[in-house]
Ligand binder design. Structure first.
Ligand code: ADP
Ligand code: MG
Length: 584
């Protein structure tokens, strides 16, 4: 048929499909969630577009998702009356991978060779998950606002190619039919089982704010036939029969609009899994109705694990923006500062306009006020974990810190108004404690008599820090030094010069003045050394020439004869390396 056009999948899609079908069979269930979420996204998109042009509803404003099972044909069909796709959309959306996150997922999967179902969740392999259970998928769609003879049928067996053809489709939206593989249409993994589908929808998609419907089943008694008098021998039988009626199977309530006191932990956890596709429970969350200059509801979660792309530029913010329960956008990065980009959740504000765009968000004072409110709330939540007497909460904070500690350090430079709050959350190893658990407050409490500054040292790793000659004098004097070994530390510490009125001093930089901690005798000795060492210093200066900025006699060394230091106000070797890695 010349009307049927064959296309080959982009190489990456083919690779993804191979992985999906070969390594994710143990998570077959997820296709239900993915297809329902796509249908829901499509409805959200329509509702959004229709705020400017309500003719798009075409007299069918009741957005919904329907799931139908056909036991004879061994198919399951997901139908929505959302935005729909035309031929170009279908080729583009179902034949290529637009998202860089999915590419990262692919690399990770093939690199680790781990058949890790958790990963699929993080990256949302989405539509292609249908091929775990189906040997053929047929998509029929018609875009809102376009004529009915501009529909499209897309068919693929999930290997190398797909076909598209033009069809006539009166109803707006998309229907996706999975032709189930043998092993998924019988036995334990039988997705033709309506009860199973219903359970999966309830588990994953209960909070989708649209009705999800299936055909209603009713129990029908055997009808006694005329002249049949076997009534006494056989018990009355019956069977479940399908009616033409549809019933809504999900709760369809927007969780965040309910009052916190009415919501139990399991509901919060399910909702989190629902919006993030994380298989893990969240570490913690906070849910508030904020009444201030701007009124909004915030439901913010902290995940247990950092995503793999936390440090790449493509990192998606997991915050969804709603205006009066109408979904506006995913990834609303304006609603959180960068250093809190790992926070997931929902913001719903009645004070923003429905047609708010990303550009508008950038300029809006209301948005700034929401962002500030969110940042403060997250920091407060973290502080209360950190300061809790409760072991479980402290454990949670430790877990949080090992996953996200380095990210919040960015906040020292990014968010001056919260710098002090952030500094209180930071934890480090020190010269007397290898564990990353000492706060600046702890350190201050342990400072020795006469000590006037918090001393720290940055290095590539703990071993290098502990063996640094810079520590010699401090060790001798019994002064604890904070050891900072993460990539961001030195950059971040440029912004933090004091903690609670105590200055912070990098002992690797410039001259270290121990002040009162040096006794008179030591000072006199140091002065004498300046004199006696002068010929050596001069010799070194001429020999090193341009290669050294200065050569000085130091009193900071105990065992080592010499040491390289970075002049005050200049980039250290670690810093230069970090900037190089960042491509600067
Ligand atoms: P994602 O949903 O994360 O974008 P998917 O693989 O789940 O990725 O879907 C790919 C794309 O296919 C979607 O972005 C959307 O453009 C399109 N799509 C999938 N399902 C539907 C649907 N039911 N209606 C309209 N478009 C759809
Ligand atoms: Mg999707």
């Amino acid at each position: 048929n010349p009307e049927v056009k064959k296309h080959t999948f982009e190489a990456e899609v083919a690779q993804l499909l191979h992985l999906v079908t070969h390594s994710l069979y143990s998570n077959a269930d997820i296709f239900v969630r993915e297809l329902v979420s796509n249908a829901s996204d499509a409805c959200d998109k329509l509702r959004f577009e229709a705020t400017n042009d309500d003719s798009l509803y075409e007299d069918d404003g009741e957005l919904k998702i329907r799931i139908a099972v056909d036991e004879e044909a061994k198919t399951i069909t997901f139908t929505d009356n959302g935005i729909g796709m035309n031929e170009t959309d279908a080729i583009e959306n179902l034949g290529t991978i637009a998202k860089s996150g999915t590419k990262a997922f692919l690399d990770k999967l093939s690199e680790s060779q781990k058949q890790d179902g958790q990963l699929i969740g993080q990256f949302g392999v989405g539509f292609y998950s249908g091929f775990i259970v189906a040997d053929t998928i047929t998509v029929e769609s018609r875009k809102a606002g376009e004529p009915s003879d501009k529909g499209v049928r897309w068919i693929s067996d999930g290997t190398g190619s797909f076909t598209v053809e033009t069809i006539t489709k009166d109803t707006r939206g998309t229907s996706i039919t999975l032709h189930l593989k043998e092993e998924y249409s019988e036995g334990e993994d039988n997705y033709l089982d309506r009860g199973k589908i219903k359970r999966l929808v309830n588990k994953y998609s209960d909070h989708i704010s649209l009705p999800i419907q299936m055909r209603k089943e009713v129990w029908q008694e055997d009808v006694k036939e005329e002249g049949d008098d076997t009534e006494d021998q056989a018990p009355a039988g019956g069977e479940m029969v399908l009616t033409d009626e549809w019933e809504t199977i999900n709760k369809a309530s927007a969780l965040w609009t309910r009052s916190a006191s009415e919501i139990d932990d399991d509901e919060y956890i399910d909702f989190y899994k629902n919006i993030t596709y994380d298989f893990d429970e969240p570490l913690t969350w906070t849910h508030n109705r904020v009444e201030g200059r701007v009124q909004y509801t915030q439901l913010l979660y902290i995940p247990k694990k950092a995503p793999m792309d936390l440090y790449t530029r493509e990192q998606q913010h997991g915050l969804k923006l709603y205006v009066k329960r109408v979904f506006i956008m995913d990834d609303a990065e304006q609603l959180l500062p960068m250093y809190l980009r790992f926070v997931k959740g929902v913001i719903d504000s009645a004070d923003l306009p429905l047609n708010v765009s990303r550009e508008l968000l950038q300029e809006s004072r209301d948005v700034k006020s929401i962002r500030d409110g969110n940042a403060r709330r997250v920091l407060t939540m973290l502080a209360s974990l950190a300061n809790s007497e409760d072991d479980a909460k402290q454990e949670k904070f430790a877990q949080f810190y090992s996953e996200f500690g380095d990210v919040i350090k960015e906040g020292l430079g990014e968010d001056m108004s919260n710098q002090a709050r952030i500094a209180k959350l930071l934890r480090y190893a020190t010269s007397t404690n290898d564990k990353v658990e000492t706060s600046f407050e702890d350190y201050k409490a342990r400072m020795i008599d006469g000590q006037k500054a918090i001393y720290y040292l940055t290095a590539d790793n703990l071993a290098a820090a502990k063996n640094s000659p810079q520590l010699e004098l401090f060790k001798k004097k019994g002064i604890e030094v904070i050891l900072m070994t993460s990539r961001v530390d030195e950059w971040a510490m440029n912004f933090l010069t004091q903690f609670d009125d105590t200055p912070l001093q990098n002992i690797a930089k410039g001259a270290v003045d121990l002040g009162d901690l040096q006794d008179e005798e030591e000072k006199a000795e140091a002065e004498k050394a300046q004199e006696t060492m002068k010929p050596v210093v001069d010799k070194l200066k001429t020999t090193l020439g341009e290669r050294a900025k200065d050569v000085r006699v130091s009193n900071r060394l105990v065992d080592s004869p010499a040491i390289l230091v970075t002049p005050e106000g200049e980039l250290s070797p670690q810093m230069i390396q970090m900037l190089k890695q960042m491509g600067q």
